[in-house]
Design a protein around this ligand. Structure first.
Ligand SMILES: [Zn+2]
Length: 260
């Protein structure tokens, strides 16, 4: 197994990088020694972008980045990653042999689609703010899926009505407007799990690692999180609810967009 250094974990604003090809999977997935491409995980979709071989300018458009067999694999247009299996487990090896333009040891330059990524960063930070408000009002958050245009939250709450939900959103927007700093750092696991509200997503235990990556929205929220965030809440903008669905007596699915 090879290990890819995840540059986005330390600098979410990094848009370009240089790397070496460590391996090319039979299904076309390219493994690099380092990357700033976020891979699909934790409710945040993967980055898109391109890889360019430095020696001759040959390009591959990257459509999806996914963790497969423990590796971060960059899939060019035309390559066919296996459908994601439940619980994110590694899918079976693909029988398809994808003729890659890249070979082991190629030096490449990577560039992510920054517009897309920045929008996902704004969504992710806004989602943490809304999640913190819901959590503080006793909601159990059961799922979330971010996307560029619209994001989704699932939660359950006893005795709940639309006015309350609008009030939660107004509170989230007040926090967002405060321009709270967003800090990313590491903490030993045993210290991190003592923090109140540290695990907000029901049944989602933090990864079993001795040191956890922490994303803190100062004064509001502390969580173990692998995602990319903006550096202050004001950058995220304001949340606008677009749809509320009832999924049973207590369960709600809400959709939101960001303004402006
Ligand atoms: Zn998150």
């Amino acid at each position: 197994m090879t290990t890819t250094s995840l540059l986005f974990q330390n600098d979410s604003y990094l848009k370009q990088f240089e790397a070496k090809v460590l391996a090319v999977r039979p299904d076309g997935g390219i493994i690099l020694d380092q990357t700033c491409f976020y891979y699909n995980s934790g409710g945040q979709p993967s980055d898109k972008g391109k890889l360019v071989r430095i020696s001759d300018g040959v390009e591959a458009e990257i459509k999806e980045v996914r963790k497969v067999d423990g590796e971060v694999a960059h899939y060019p247009a035309g390559a066919a990653p296996n459908p994601m299996s439940k619980n994110n487990a590694a899918p079976a090896a693909s029988p398809v042999i994808f003729p890659s333009r890249f070979s082991v040891d190629d030096a490449v330059r990577g560039e992510i689609d920054w517009q897309r990524r920045y929008q996902l960063m704004r969504m992710h930070t806004a989602g943490h703010v809304l999640g913190a408000i819901l959590f503080n009002h006793g909601a159990l958050i059961t799922g979330n899926q971010l996307d560029v245009d619209q994001s989704r939250f699932d939660f359950s709450l006893e005795e709940f009505n639309r006015e309350q939900l609008d009030m939660f959103v107004a509170q989230a927007n007040a926090e967002l407007a405060k321009d709270l700093p967003v800090r990313v750092y590491s903490l030993p696991r045993e210290e991190a799990i003592k923090l109140p509200g540290f695990v907000k997503l029901a049944n989602a235990l933090p990864p079993n690692l001795p040191v956890l990556r922490i994303v803190e929205i100062v004064g509001l929220d502390v969580q173990a999180d692998g995602g990319t965030h903006v550096k202050s809440t004001k950058e995220a903008g304001q949340i606008e609810l677009t749809r509320v669905e009832n999924k049973g007596a207590k369960n709600r699915r809400i959709y939101f967009v960001l303004k402006p």
